[in-house]
Write a protein that binds this ligand. Sequence first.
Ligand SMILES: Cc1ncc(COP(=O)(O)O)c(C=O)c1O
Length: 336
Amino acid sequence: MTRYYFDHNATTPIAPAVREAVVHALDEAWANPSSIHQDGQRARRMMEEARLRIATMLGCAPKEVVLTSGGTEADNLAILGAVHADPRPARHVVTTAVEHPAVLEACAQLEREGVAITYLQPDRQGRIDADIFRRQLRPTTVLASVMHANNETGAVQDVAALAAIAREAGVLFHSDGVQAAGKLPLALASTAISLYSISAHKLNAPKGCGALYVRQGVTLAPMLHGGRQERSRRAGTESVTLAIALGAAAQLERPDLTTLRDRLEQGILARVADAHVNAAAVAPPAQHHQHPLRRHLRRSPRHRARPARLCRLHRRGLLLGFRRAFARVARHGPLP
Ligand SMILES: Cc1ncc(COP(=O)(O)O)c(C=O)c1O
């Protein structure tokens, strides 16, 4: 039976070039990259080459790339690290109600510590309005965190514009780019984004590795206490093999899937009653941020996906994901 995998937002298969890089790394880069002997230095060299590839994909300097254990750690380090590094007694964070739990739960932790958090609501297209964003920034705001592409609706935020507003107000800007990296063009150095998270397993590399872009000059309080790896921003012997895998993934040629996606979307819309595109595009395709990734189709609430129904499709070779996107919008309530 032919199997069709439609759950790339959950994880992606390993690319052959990444697999090759992993096997090579297991043989050649097994030593501790902090060791001064030849084997250690070879591991260090290979890891730094990988860091350069990651930096090239992100459009930043290699020293601005901190290797982490994945997107969750990158998000936590950005949010907790930035707020904990700010000594002011009253601190405030702006985020959105539709972030990944890696961001929302980090914010919940800050709330327990007495930090004020504002959760912005997206509009009907899933976008965060720039004026509303601007009005929520306060003199005590340390950080704003707005995801680049939503993992459930596909809505893409104009994070460069939001980051510019944040910079004007003297506020750090973090974006969870886990679902956007490799799919949307990015040149972090030419934006005002201070922190940007990515995850290897969304880029055809193995799970357990990610990276946080930390703009030069941004100070983070480390979450892990130990050695001075990653310029004292992330303690612990680096996972050299996985870093090399992420480096190889960053270099992959990624085909433009727009035509295929549009064909599939039109076919489903024509055949499936009550099918909807989440975060539908409303603007002409002048700027990519005006367009959701739109790989996210759903049926109307009357036809809610049920696990049993999905299992039947899975048995027929159609591997689909199941997520509850907008529940969180309701949970965090409207803006004050
Ligand atoms: C938008 C987003 N942020 C963060 C994460 C967490 O990344 P990881 O699984 O590498 O911890 C995910 C994973 O699904 C995600 O989709």
